[in-house]
Design a protein around this ligand. Sequence first.
Ligand code: ATP
Ligand code: MG
Length: 453
Amino acid sequence: MFSWLKNPWKKLGDSAFSEEGAEASPVIIPRSDHGISRANISENALKVLYRLSKAGYEAYLVGGGVRDLLLGREPKDFDIATSATPEEVKQLFRNCRLIGRRFRLAHVHFGRDIIEVATFRAAHEPGSDAQVNDSGMLVRDNVYGTLEEDAWRRDFTVNALYYNIRDFSVVDYTGGMPDLKSGRIRMIGDPRQRFREDPVRMLRAVRFAAKLGFLIDKECEEAIRELGYLLEEVSNARLFDETLKLFLGGAAVETYELLRHYRLFGQLFPETDGCLAEEKHHFPHTLLLHALENTDKRIQQEKPVTPAFLYAALLWEPVRREYEILQGRNMPPIQAMQMAGDAVFARQVPRVMVPKRFSLQSREIWEWQERLKRNSGKRALNMLEQSRFRAAYDFLLLRARNGEASQELADWWTRFQQTDEAQRNSMLRSSTAGKGKRRRRRAPRKRPATPRS
Ligand code: ATP
Ligand code: MG
């Protein structure tokens, strides 16, 4: 797997691992000893790198871009680190916008493609511009620094490798190269302190381990087990972004397993986690796994995936239970499903925010589980034409596969979509195959005579 590396380790001295890392000199891996080729770097990222460099600034590709290229994977995006300040970057690029409060960043726009350019930052020091709250969490860290300082304040060693556009070498201050070779997610510095500064790093550790098939370093692991509860302090909006990265990154199944393993899943989805923990049989776990498998498959096939479906699956078990309770109180099924969905979202959203446009769709998917049972006559044709149908049907398939919805009903809908009009009509006449029950026409209700005045 690592044949492309042509043994860069021979150059590694102990300095890369020294305790007082900030004083260590970097290991420089020349172009001839690593596999990053400019042919695999996006044209736009190269344009930005070259222009910064020509203007006299230092410019490096960093983070996931370098890590993934070294692993022979296609990077998700290309991040750039530079000695130029955001304002200086803006002066160089007309198509540039400055964003961010917590971190001030330059976004260089090329149509829909955005290249993120960050100025080298230093770790915060007491009395510096950086601010830490009572739990040691970084709330602002906008102190510009050198390349070396920038390397040491990054999260994991494999994320702190820099590709230098001047000579195409890779610069490694923190021992990222050997960790990349041995498949290790290792925190730069003391994991406990770094997780306290930013608890989201725990989720990032899991995400990278799952995506790359790496092992999380032992010290890091222990810190995660100890400090998972700190995620409670992270804003629900940031956790929404992170959950999308966790579950829509193509390795949702591994990510889910690892999150459960490190007891972080419960920090994000406490109610679902509660259901999974107490479950003697494995139905909810299996439904979720199948949903995540489908998600991974769709991403692999470059088919669209929606957060609404993901959330419908993630929260289904608590919704299903609430629904059963409400139905037990004789509430009509559709109403019970609506109320169950509302209640579960109301309890979930303080933890992980879900924008309305997605939560509404998830609620529809749930509600439609009831509607799809009523597959007689015109109603079935109407449903088929609606945009919500596909997701609701996919969810029904998942439930049927899991033994909690009628397979007969799921098959009926599958056939109904596939057949021609004539056959559809005949299916409609004999429909409710899934339900085995025909709706009876209601006799007109007699109104109690109201006295008129
Ligand atoms: P991905 O493939 O998901 O883009 P990535 O490693 O590039 O992975 P980004 O979120 O794009 O992740 O961040 C870019 C780089 O910025 C990281 O590689 C890391 O060096 C640094 N970074 C990001 N988030 C943090 C954080 N919370 N703490 C410290 N460093 C971070
Ligand atoms: Mg990135």
